[in-house]
Ligand binder design. Structure first.
Ligand code: IPE
Ligand code: IPE
Ligand code: MG
Length: 243
């Protein structure tokens, strides 16, 4: 029987996912790594719908990191082609499910046609009031902080800001994730337990969950397990509870 949410559970408002293990999924089946990425793309589509139906408001997925450019050229080309077709399917999915899509990361390094389909997807979905779906593309937490610091310095130089105006809230507003609350729960699939340069600022008080399942095999039941785990945690934010 399919797993169910316990009505007593708190649902994390924002879930972030490091979708890892596509290559190992393919290798185990004697397939080329690209087949793992293709299957991983299908898992993303399904999990967007599941997340929304489970009551999650924000979902952020790590699709391509600033360090992933160091992979072999043919793997990068295949990933970019997958993204091309994914962006088109995503327009339809966003329309159907009223999903609002945002991109975090520096898309200026991507091919012009891909940038254009990304802008189209973001523009077409911007007024939707369903799941807010953030895709991290050419994203690195350090790169995001660097670009935010450059933006702040530029505004100080232009006299739009005073140094005294710089606060934690102001820094957050210069990040790609401006206006989106910090993740409550981070899931990294495939058993790896590291951040790999994801959301360095935003994960300050996020709960972490590391299932062994490889990303292409990740299903709604795994998401429900993650929510169950989240409900076993006591979020203290540096304070004390039940004294
Ligand atoms: C994650 O799967 C997808 C991307 C980084 C694009 P991997 O390709 O990292 O899969 P493994 O870690 O080699 O199994
Ligand atoms: C992190 O996975 C990036 C994405 C899932 C897009 P990697 O597979 O690139 O991370 P490392 O190299 O194992 O740290
Ligand atoms: Mg990996």
């Amino acid at each position: 029987m399919a797993k169910q949410l316990d009505p007593a559970w708190k649902i994390p408002e924002h879930v972030a996912i490091i979708m890892d293990g596509n290559g190992r999924w393919a290798k185990r089946r004697g397939l080329p790594r690209n087949m793992g990425h293709r299957q991983g793309g299908k898992a993303v589509e399904a999990i967007c719908e599941d997340a929304y139906h489970l009551g999650i408001k924000y979902l952020t997925v790590y699709a391509f990191s600033t360090e992933n450019w160091s992979r072999p050229q043919d793997e990068i080309a295949a990933l970019m082609n997958l993204l091309r077709s994914y962006m088109k399917d995503c327009v339809r999915q966003a329309e159907k499910n009223k999903m609002r899509v945002k991109i975090i990361g520096d898309i200026s390094k991507l091919d012009e046609d891909l940038q254009e389909s990304i802008r189209n997807l973001v523009e077409k979905s911007k007024n939707n009031d369903g799941l807010c779906f953030q895709i991290a593309l050419n994203y690195g937490g350090r790169d995001e902080l660097l670009r935010a610091i450059q933006g702040i310095c530029q505004d100080v130089k232009n006299e739009a800001l005073e140094i005294e105006d710089i606060s934690q809230n102001l820094i957050a507003a210069y990040l790609d994730t401006a206006d989106v609350p910090d993740p409550d729960l981070l899931i990294r699939t495939s058993g790896e337990q590291r951040i790999s340069n994801f959301l360095l600022w935003q994960l300050a008080y996020t709960e972490f969950y590391f299932p062994d399942v490889l990303w292409p095999d990740f299903t709604k039941d795994d998401l429900i397990d993650a929510i169950a785990y989240y409900n076993t945690r006591e979020r203290r934010y540096g304070g004390v509870i039940n004294v």
